[in-house]
Design a protein around this ligand. Sequence first.
Ligand SMILES: [Zn+2]
Length: 339
Amino acid sequence: MESEWLRAGSIVVQQQALKDFAQAMANFFGGTHRRPTWRKRGQGEGFRIVAVKAGDVRRLSGNVGAVKVPKVGWVRFRWSRAVPDGVKSYRITRDRAGRWHVAFAAIPDPIPVPGTGEAVGVDRGVAVSAALSTGEMLNAPGLRDPEKVRLLRLLRKLARAKRGSNRRGKVKRAIAKLKARETDRRKDWVEKTSTDLARRFDVIAVEDLKIRNMTTSAKGTIEARGRNVRQKAGRNRLIMAAAWGQLVQRLEHKAPERVAKVNPAFTSQRCSACGIVDAKSRESQADFRCRSCGYACNADVNAARNIKLAAGHAVSAREGPRVAGPVHREPQRDLLLVG
Ligand SMILES: [Zn+2]
């Protein structure tokens, strides 16, 4: 994962970011400048340090740690959560509230295969975060209703606050705090859910979103009417997409070689009982009712079952002809893209 991230960007840019950070920290500690900020203010700025050695992270006291940043030296940080053993990389970022963060990444040990022969299909749902082929519906927690109200109020306040004012800074920090709470809850859910799935099932089948992203356009924006509605829907969608991406990534860490990514085409329109594809079977966002065989089910669960079936076909295609099993009406070769 780390090397992938490095390959995605230019090495030079990262060295430059590191130099910038080194200079900014030197200025800051030298007392000649204020706390470092990036030229392009906003989201997602940061860089990753890889090949971390054992002694590069130290705990100085109960809530203070220090990390050795190349070309910068020891940088102290607030020890807000446990630093995993055998840490190999970390990422330094600056949030919207202007605070620097250091996040240590650890690839968890793979969870042993349960050996039950059971597979599960997981669908990224619309109404729920994830639907399982077993019929279970999993919901990633977000902000509670009063917190959502508060966030909206703060966002409105922010729009009215003067640039550079104290009030604006205060509002920004309050917003960042709420969003951090949301992120923490989501991460917690991702950890618990990925562990649970890896323990219960031999094979976990999910949609390959690379394919989905290529085929979906600006779907969804049409239904959202009004600016606020669209904004809110957009934010929720982004959060759900982020949670989903994290879930799949964690599954791949915890259940390596056991995550099957299948082509998402028609998973929501195909009947998981008889295999007929019919766009009209999806009666609403929540309900699926097959017009051929009458099978009725939650739409997301039906999709999850199709995902499970698609993975089963791909596995059996690799292992040779299957003797028995559900008969499908169309060839489903090449569905498994990543083993
Ligand atoms: Zn059917």
